[in-house]
Design a protein around this ligand. Structure first.
Ligand code: SF4
Length: 302
C-alpha cells in the first residue's frame, strides 16, 4: 500500500509534526506529487529529515494555492491531514454543507458549535437533527454563567441594543470566550466563510494563518456562491435551518437577527440597528471596534 508522508510544523510545539496518509478520500484528490508540492511550493526541500519546518504563514500560503484545485471533500481531507482540525458550525446553510461532508466521508474533524444561550429554537433543534442524520457529535460550548451575569449587571440582558461597545461585550462573553475553548488545542480551524457573504468577506482565502490563535484557518467554501450552496443542499437533501426559507440567509442569535428584504445583502439582518457596514462579532474579523472598556469588565468577571 502506498503511503504518503507530509511533514509540516504549525509552530505550536516548535518541531515537525509528521502525518502519514494510507487510505481514504485524500488519495482520490491528492497524488503523491501533490503532497510533495506542498513542500516544494514554499521553495524548501521537505525530503531531508533535518530540513527546517514550514513557518505557518508560508504553509498557509502554500495550502491556499493547493486547496483551490480540490473539491470540497478533498479540501476537508487535506485540512484534516494537517493536525487536530476543529470545524465550528453556526448551523447556517454553508456550515450544513460542511457538516454533511464531514459526516458522509467520516473525516477526522471535530465539530463544535457555540450555544450562546440566545439562539433561535430552530437552530438548536437543527443541532440534534444534524448529529442524527450524519452520525456525528457536535460539541456545544456555552458561555460562563458568571460572565453572563456580570454582563447583565453592567449592560442589562439586552444591553447590546444600546451601543456598539455593549454589543461587542456581549459577543465577547457569549461567542469569543466559548470559541477560545472550542479551539483549544486545535491546529486547524475549519469555517464556512464565503466571499459572497459580504463585502467584508470578499477576499476570504482558502487558507490563512490566524496569528492571534496560532492556527491555520481553512475556509473550504470560500469560492462557493449562494446558488451553488443551495443547489448542493437540494441535491444532497441536506437538512437546513427552516428560517432560511423565511428570509434569514444569515442566522445568528435571535435578538440580533432579522429577516432581510429583497435586494438586501446576505448579512443585512445581523445587528441591523448598527450603521457600520463592516459589523461582525469578532469571530472571523479582527475586532477593531472593541474598546478595552467593552471587553475588560466582563472578561475580568470570569
Ligand atoms: S449576537 Fe447578540 S445576543 Fe448573540 S452574543 Fe452577540 S450581541 Fe449577544
Amino acid at each position: 500500500m502506498e503511503r504518503y508522508l507530509l511533514s509540516i510544523s504549525m509552530g505550536r510545539n516548535g518541531f515537525f509534526c509528521p502525518y502519514v496518509r494510507e487510505t481514504g478520500i485524500i488519495k482520490k484528490s491528492l497524488t503523491k506529487e501533490d503532497m510533495m508540492t506542498l513542500h516544494d511550493d514554499a521553495g524548501q526541500d521537505r525530503s531531508a529529515p533535518d530540513s527546517p519546518p514550514l513557518d505557518p504563514p508560508a504553509l498557509a500560503e502554500t495550502l491556499d494555492a493547493k486547496l483551490e484545485s480540490l473539491d470540497l471533500a478533498g479540501r476537508l481531507s487535506l485540512a484534516a491531514e494537517l493536525g487536530h482540525a476543529v470545524f465550528t458550525t453556526s448551523l447556517g446553510i454553508e456550515d450544513q454543507v460542511i457538516a454533511a461532508a464531514i459526516g458522509t466521508h467520516r473525516l477526522p474533524v471535530e465539530v463544535s458549535t457555540l450555544e450562546t444561550g440566545r439562539l433561535f429554537k430552530e437552530t438548536v433543534d437543527l443541532i440534534g437533527e444534524t448529529e442524527e442524520r450524519y452520525g456525528i457529535t457536535i460539541r456545544r460550548f456555552v458561555p460562563e454563567q458568571d460572565d453572563v451575569d456580570a454582563y447583565a449587571a453592567q449592560y442589562g440582558l439586552n444591553g447590546f441594543y444600546d451601543s456598539v461597545e455593549a454589543r461587542h461585550a456581549c459577543c465577547h462573553v457569549r461567542k469569543l470566550k466559548p470559541l477560545a475553548k472550542a479551539l483549544a488545542g486545535a491546529d486547524v480551524w475549519i469555517t464556512g466563510l464565503r466571499r459572497g457573504q459580504s463585502g467584508n468577506r470578499a477576499s476570504t482565502p482558502f487558507a490563512e494563518y490566524d496569528a492571534e490563535r496560532n492556527l491555520i484557518k481553512i475556509n473550504p467554501l470560500a469560492d462557493w456562491d449562494i446558488e451553488t450552496i443551495r443547489a448542493h443542499v437540494a441535491a444532497e437533501a441536506i437538512p437546513v435551518n427552516p428560517l432560511h426559507a423565511r428570509g434569514y440567509p444569515s442566522i445568528g442569535c435571535e435578538p440580533c437577527t432579522r429577516a432581510i428584504k429583497p435586494g438586501e445583502p446576505e448579512r443585512a439582518g445581523r445587528w441591523w440597528w448598527e450603521n457600520d457596514e463592516k459589523r461582525e462579532c469578532g469571530l472571523h474579523v479582527p475586532d477593531n471596534h472593541v474598546p478595552e472598556s467593552a471587553a475588560q469588565p466582563v472578561a475580568q468577571a470570569s
